[in-house]
Design a protein around this ligand. Structure first.
Ligand SMILES: Nc1ncnc2c1ncn2[C@@H]1O[C@H](COP(=O)(O)OP(=O)(O)OP(=O)(O)O)[C@@H](O)[C@H]1O
Length: 216
């Protein structure tokens, strides 16, 4: 799956962004399939805005986000839903777990939404063990700590097929050991699919062998 940006500019940030240089905003960018992409930017410069444009849940921009050679706007609602089921997964910065469901139910929801089960249910336990969250799988989403929610949201993003995984500051509430564990799981799952990811963060990090770094 190819993702390309053509002179993408957020309309609300146009004046602010014209005063600084960026590798992404107002540029032509092609993300090479299968690559591990890091996008670094200070707070408030549009990381979440960009991720929402890439996932096509925000549209207040000029320029284009092209998916497989066509702008998002050319796809029907059903086609977009299919792309999000099969080709594009995401870890939102605000995680978006359902508080009334348990951690396991939050993950399973994504798994069973697939027309054909992508992974068997035991895969959830395997991933939970790797991320030290086995003990909270039956706990309500409402009572999970932010770091626990972050790991559940990561597992949820990994129990579906994808060619690209979008992650918006996915380790912000994890300690070093749990960050390492989560990064290793993500890298394994991407490699198993020949998939790539686009990760935004505030600072430099050594969590992955990134193929490319951009400054937003
Ligand atoms: N819908 C909107 N209309 C106008 N301005 C917005 C809108 N959404 C976000 N902004 C502003 O755009 C800027 C970028 O917001 P965004 O959330 O994308 O930043 P960020 O880089 O992800 O920040 P952080 O690192 O704090 O999460 C901020 O100054 C924010 O206040």
């Amino acid at each position: 799956m190819q993702i390309q940006l053509n002179h993408l500019m957020p309309i609300p940030l146009q004046d602010k962004l014209r005063q600084r240089s960026s590798d992404i905003w107002n540029q032509d960018v092609t993300f090479k399939p299968g690559s591990f992409v890091k996008i670094k930017a200070p707070s408030g410069t549009g990381k979440t805005t960009l991720i929402h444009y890439l996932y096509h849940i925000r549209y207040d921009y000029t320029g284009k986000v092209q998916v497989n050679g066509q702008p998002w706007q050319a796809y029907s609602k059903n086609e977009i839903a299919l792309i999000r089921q099969q080709e594009l997964s995401i870890v939102f910065q605000d995680l978006r777990l359902f508080e009334q469901l348990s951690a396991r139910e939050n993950i399973s929801l994504k798994r069973v939404m697939q027309p054909k089960a992508f992974y068997p249910p035991e895969k959830i336990d395997e991933m939970a063990a790797r991320l030290n969250v086995t003990h909270i799988l039956e706990q309500s989403g409402r009572t999970l700590s932010y770091g626990e929610r972050q790991r559940i949201a990561i597992i949820r993003a990994l129990v579906q097929p994808f060619q690209w995984l979008l992650m918006d500051e996915p380790f912000s509430h994890l300690d070093e050991e749990n960050t390492q564990r989560a990064a290793a799981l993500i890298a394994d799952e991407c490699k198993a699919r020949n998939a790539g990811f686009i990760l935004t963060d505030l600072d430099n990090d050594q969590h992955f062998n990134y193929d490319v770094h951009y400054h937003l």
